[in-house]
Design a binder for this molecule. Structure first.
Ligand code: 13P
Length: 248
């Protein structure tokens, strides 16, 4: 049985008190669930978020990391730092990082290597743009993103990675992929993983991200190859995020 996961991605939102209230709200409402809950918080929140969820099954994720071990990289944050502050997961390859910070599959591959070496679980984001889907290149683009960012990993490393399929046209737009569109791509991604992992591709959690809301989560999560969600806007409201967690 693969893990069901609901991860929030706060992106660059919330001040300290707002963040603390949100952590408390999620903690108080999560109850008994077999869904793995992850809070993807900005760097300054990691320490407080880790303390806030202490003693619960909730984990904290960073939203980025640097690919080098340490050194003269002013303003950057290393994987070892994240680990020492208690982050257990790290989002990498988000389309906003690709689009606004020029991150390439090659760079993302290096970040994933660094994370795996330190025992932090990468949440690898991939997804096509609207133009790529409209010109029917979405499968090709996804194949490239899966193959180049995930190349060179041994089977036992690859199966630790969480994948998040986030079609760029669905992020923050209110336009969600239909359950059928999402399922079709998740199945395709799993088939690509199976080229390396064979049967163990069945153990990899593949999350959907892009305008997941309380009113559409249930249908998305009921698809065979959708193992949960990476939630942006709706993860900033404890009631909405909790409702999504409880939609399995
Ligand atoms: P939204 O849920 O706001 O569309 O964001 C999705 C996302 O980018 C999560 O990483």
């Amino acid at each position: 049985m693969r893990k069901k996961i609901v991860a929030g991605n706060w992106k660059m939102n919330l001040t300290k008190n707002e963040g603390l209230l949100l952590v408390e709200g999620v903690l108080n409402g999560v109850g008994d669930t077999d869904t793995k809950v992850i809070l993807g918080v900005p760097f300054p929140f990691i320490s407080d978020a880790v303390s806030g969820v202490d003693g619960s099954a909730i984990s904290v994720a960073a939203q980025n990391c640097h690919q080098e071990e340490k050194g003269a990289f002013t303003g950057e944050v290393s994987v070892e730092m994240l680990k020492s502050f208690g982050a257990e997961y790290c989002i990498v390859g988000h389309s906003e990082r690709r689009q606004y910070f020029g991150e390439t599959d090659e760079l993302i591959n290096q970040k994933i290597q660094r994370l795996l070496a330190s025992g932090i679980i990468p949440i690898y984001c991939c997804g096509e743009s609207l133009e790529e889907r409209e010109s029917e290149r979405h499968f090709k683009v996804m194949e490239e993103q899966i193959q180049s960012a995930l190349q060179g990993f041994q089977k036992d490393e690859l199966k630790k990675i969480v994948i998040a399929y986030e079609p760029v046209w669905a992020i923050g737009t209110g336009v969600t992929a239909t359950p059928e569109q999402a399922q079709e791509m998740h199945k395709f991604i799993r088939e690509k993983l199976a080229q390396v992992l064979v049967d163990e591709a069945e153990e990899v959690s593949i999350l959907y991200g892009g305008s997941v809301k309380p009113n559409n989560a249930k249908e998305l999560f009921s698809q065979k190859d959708i193992d949960g969600g990476l939630i942006g806007g709706a993860s900033l409201s404890a009631p909405d995020f909790l409702e999504i967690i409880h939609s399995f």
